[in-house]
Design a protein around this ligand. Structure first.
Ligand SMILES: [Zn+2]
Length: 330
């Protein structure tokens, strides 16, 4: 298996890999792959950072058709129920998640999934949903630097991620001011009335903090408020919310995990790459498979086969709290 994983990691994956993997591996009842998307490559968003716009709508539709045809799309409630010891998930389960709440989710991605009977999860940064003219820092940085400064973007993004959230946002404010552009005005994320509509249509909306800080770089008091506040805001606006969370940028450590547990979340999704099976690992460090810019249909098939069908080593339940659901790290 490791050679398949290596080939996937290197992007050198052919269709035959997934077919061979599918033949060689007995599908495991309850195995779950959670896919992560952020936004699709739609027109009119050129001023946003392109790194999160992973697939165009046409490829997305083909990916979702693949999931609906050959896999079992499951809902967040099913995953939560299985985690609590209820009904096991069907073989080849796939949960589709979108992070950050960009508007192309409701405008482009959701109609595709609704037609196919896929029930996705949308993780929203609630402060952005409440003030939708507010942009995420990576998009503000990209807009301030312009298209031709990808290396500068990368070095500044590294600096931002090394700082505490307040200092990091002050740095982005400075760069935006010195660009002379002023703050952006166009709304790029869903507001609450759209989220209420999406939830009524069958989308599960779950918190992704208030302001999208890196929790493991934040003081405990801020991290606790980001967790508690974002969950409360989802419940206040939608009337309900499952005890489920996604870490901004996948960032967590032992202290953050303790806070997530103390807040009452029962499932929390990371960006650690892997598949898993509810009940096998720590439900607060559920791995996902990111759909990146190189994820064409063949690579998606291969990743689903590897992470959804491969025999998984049951991990010891005792010991340090690390992402034990996972088989692989990015
Ligand atoms: Zn995010």
């Amino acid at each position: 298996m490791s050679s398949v994983v290596e080939r996937i990691a290197s992007g050198r994956t052919l269709d035959i890999t997934s077919r061979a993997a599918a033949r060689a591996i007995p599908w495991r009842r309850g195995a779950l792959v959670t896919l992560t998307y952020h936004r699709l490559r739609v027109e009119g968003n050129d001023d946003l950072h392109p790194g999160l716009a992973t697939v165009d709508p046409e490829l997305f539709a083909r990916q979702m058709a693949e999931v609906a045809r050959r896999w079992n799309p499951v809902s967040l409630s099913q995953v939560l129920d299985a985690t609590r010891g209820g009904s096991a998930l069907p073989p080849r389960s796939v949960l589709v998640t979108f992070d950050d709440g960009y508007r192309d989710f409701g405008e482009v991605a959701w109609p595709v999934m609704a037609d196919l009977g896929i029930r996705p999860v949308l993780f929203v940064a609630t402060g952005h949903a409440s003030d939708p003219s507010r942009w995420f820092w990576w998009d503000r940085l990209h807009r301030a630097l312009g298209d031709r400064s990808e290396s500068r973007f990368r070095s500044l993004a590294t600096q931002v991620k090394a700082l505490g959230h307040a200092e990091a946002m002050a740095l982005v404010d400075d760069i935006e001011r010195s660009s002379g552009m002023g703050p952006p005005r166009r709304r790029v994320v869903h507001n609450w009335s759209e989220l209420v509509w999406l939830e009524a249509q069958g989308v599960d909306i779950a918190p992704h903090t208030v302001s999208h800080p890196l929790l493991h770089r934040s003081p405990a008091s801020l991290a606790a408020e980001e967790l508690r506040g974002s969950w409360a805001e989802v419940r206040r606006n939608l009337g309900r919310s499952l005890p489920v969370f996604a870490y901004p940028d996948g960032g967590f450590d032992a202290a953050v995990l303790a806070l997530v547990e103390a807040t009452g979340f029962e499932l929390a999704f990371t960006t650690v790459r892997g598949g898993g099976r509810p009940g096998w690992g720590d439900p607060l460090t559920v791995p996902r498979v990111n759909v990146g810019r190189r994820t064409d249909l063949s690579l998606l098939r291969a990743q689903l086969a590897v992470f959804g069908g491969a025999p998984q080593h049951k991990q010891a339940q005792a010991g340090p709290r690390v992402p034990i659901y996972a088989r692989n790290r990015d």
